[in-house]
Design a protein around this ligand. Sequence first.
Ligand code: ADP
Ligand code: MG
Length: 228
Amino acid sequence: MSMEGLMEVRDVTVTYGSGESRVVALDHVSLTVDRGDSVALWGRSGSGKTTALHVMGGLIVPTAGVVNWDRKPLSSLDARARSHARAHGIAYVFQGANLLPTLTAFENVSFARHVSRGETRFSPTDLLELVGLANKADSLPGELSGGEAQRVALARAVAQAPRVLLCDEPTGHLDSDTSERILDLIEALRRELGFTLVIATHDTNVVARVDREIEILDGRIVRQGAFA
Ligand code: ADP
Ligand code: MG
């Protein structure tokens, strides 16, 4: 593990189901994410990207292997401790924005900020401004476009003052122009706030924008490369 290692996945296997329906989603996967890294976890659908993000964030416990987060074993913590770890450093952006449908954009951001104990210096209004949506503060998710909802989801994630942002196909449901704008925004937020970034994607345009690519196929890491 390097000196800067922030998140270390070591020899992790995840299986779902049992008997004939048993699926090996991750098969002895090892990878390290350094502090300040921006990493794309690249692979086609079904290759294990979402499972890998869930393991990294402590949403699921691996069947075998360990996940160290900030040098502490995340996978051996109990559920409450894992949620504590998430509240204090790991934020997610999912493929669909997954906003709470009965709360406004402002309330969605405000709620996340509250749950994570409000350690960010930004107010919910600041955060909506940061993603260019101050004028949509009072809109419900159903009144937002896909790109707008994803920007609120980013504001919500950033409201947790994350040290690591895990994005699961953040552009998966968006057209290419909107995707580019979301990727620009993620870069701008990263420059401003300095979080470590892991993006699961099958989109080569996303891969071209990060520092490092990890390719996953059928639950195995098949390539790890760096871009100059
Ligand atoms: P990706 O995000 O790259 O599409 P996933 O991690 O979602 O890949 O899935 C990896 C494999 O695990 C796939 O074969 C998928 O069908 C299976 N899988 C994912 N989640 C579950 C689950 N909750 N129950 C059973 N199988 C699952
Ligand atoms: Mg997925």
